[in-house]
Design a binder for this molecule. Structure first.
Ligand SMILES: Cc1cc2nc3c(=O)[nH]c(=O)nc-3n(C[C@H](O)[C@H](O)[C@H](O)COP(=O)(O)OP(=O)(O)OC[C@H]3O[C@@H](n4cnc5c(N)ncnc54)[C@H](O)[C@@H]3O)c2cc1C
Length: 386
């Protein structure tokens, strides 16, 4: 039986494993590898951070999912690919093991990019996992509680300052959650709210680069309403335990610095290097890296109509469909592979209880969009489970 080995159980990898298992009815051996024991629905991490959702409600346990859908799950980290022998080296809690493959699928996603800033890596908080969300939440709660019991005005000001680096959708959504958490902690002493500072840093000259202008305007208005201070065009050069320093020498106190400034691909060593665009895996229009290797999701640089497609869950889900079909056709020695076509289903930005959704030619804002998103994601997760 042919063996399809999928590295990374995120949107692209998990959905490909599940869809291929349904399509092949046990005629193909499918193995999915991930160091985590669960699939994480990352778009809802903000809700977990805010305490609106429990961690369990945004994950799918992979052992039970693998049994249900008919693939094998191995909890481990792929560390080396031997393309000449068609083998992958995996580190598990029981030691190292080597797995042979007929088709390899690379869906390892992306991690936080600190752009070589070691101080940021050491002191800033990323938001990529459930553990990250829990750490950020407890840090904010700790800072506000400390501020409530101190009489030292200088100390209090530092404890009530919060910074986010990176004004993309995740950064902006996270700063709103940070404010909501901080406000909630001091609900018995609301006067403290006026002492709080919320800073948003963006190295480029505009927030939400690459997003529709209507959405940028909505975000700017909402940031103003919430009293956020926006610093655009000033790269952050240093992060300490309690401050942030910018390239122009300005320094800001910070009880918590959340880093959402960029992505870097999760790559794996290989004896024969894969084609790259910058640091990203370069796939062709059929999501192929080679005849026997496919890749999808955040780890790739994929274009459609000569434009790079955005890296998000929506894209990764679309890619998983094409990937499933193309793996299936390759296994059956077919050469008529399906081309990946990108079609945006809309762009969403949730800022606390207000939200904006943009469809190419028009957009809407309002609290009802946030509620609609909740229902839509619940249905999507149910569909992922099914
Ligand atoms: C806070 C946050 C909010 C977001 N909000 C949205 C949103 O609103 N809408 C949207 O569309 N997208 C959103 N995204 C982006 C979306 O989650 C990602 O684009 C999507 O998860 C990418 O899917 P993927 O399969 O490429 O990677 P991932 O889902 O990141 O999965 C990659 C998997 O590979 C595993 N892996 C990595 N290296 C190895 C290795 N060496 N061996 C084995 N396994 C490995 C990882 O553990 C991980 O499970 C958000 C992301 C975050 C962090």
């Amino acid at each position: 039986m042919k063996h399809v080995l999928i590295i990374g159980a995120g949107f692209a990898g998990y959905l490909t494993a599940k869809q291929l298992a349904h399509k092949s009815y046990g005629t193909v051996q499918i193995t999915l590898i991930d160091p985590k024991d669960h699939f994480l629905f990352a778009p809802l991490l903000i809700d977990v951070l805010q305490g609106d959702k429990s961690p369990e409600s945004i994950t799918i346990p992979l052992v039970s999912a693998s049994k249900k859908h008919g693939f094998t799950f191995i909890q481990g980290l792929a560390t080396n690919i031997n393309r000449s022998e068609r083998e992958v080296l995996i580190e598990t809690s029981d030691g190292e093991q080597t797995l042979a493959y007929d088709i390899l699928v690379f869906t390892t996603g992306a991690g936080t990019n600190y752009y070589g800033n070691q101080t940021a890596e050491r002191f800033a908080y990323p938001l990529k996992s459930l553990k990250d969300a829990a750490r950020i939440k407890s840090r904010i709660e700790w800072a506000v509680k400390q501020a409530m019991i101190t009489d030292d005005a200088v100390k209090r000001s530092a404890l009530l300052s919060f910074c986010v680096v990176g004004a993309g959708a995740t950064g902006i959504e996270a700063l709103c959650s940070i404010q909501d958490i901080a406000f909630e902690v001091c609900k018995e002493r609301v006067s403290l709210r006026s002492e709080m500072q919320f800073h948003l840093f963006q190295a480029t000259t505009q927030i939400l680069p690459g997003f529709p202008m209507r959405m940028v305007c909505f975000a700017l208005a909402e940031c103003e309403r919430r009293g956020f201070v926006i610093h655009c065009g000033v790269p952050v050069t240093q992060v300490t335990e309690d401050s942030i320093v910018c390239a122009d020498g300005s320094r800001f106190e910070a009880a918590c610095v959340l880093w959402a400034a960029g992505l870097s691909p999760n790559s794996i060593r290989a004896d024969v290097p894969f084609p790259l665009t910058g640091a990203w895996l370069h796939v062709d229009s059929f999501l192929r890296l080679a005849d026997d290797v496919f890749a999808a999701g955040d780890v790739v640089a994929a274009s459609y109509q000569k434009i790079l497609v955005p890296k998000n869950g929506q894209t990764a889900g679309m890619m998983a469909k094409v990937l499933t079909e193309n793996i299936w056709r390759t296994l059956h020695n077919r050469f008529d592979l399906k081309e990946f076509r990108y079609l945006s289903r809309g762009t969403l930005l949730v800022m606390g209880n207000n939200a904006y959704i943009d469809f190419r030619f028009f957009g809407f804002s309002g609290a009802w969009i946030g509620k609609l998103r909740s229902v839509y994601y619940r249905v999507l997760l149910w569909h992922f489970l099914r």
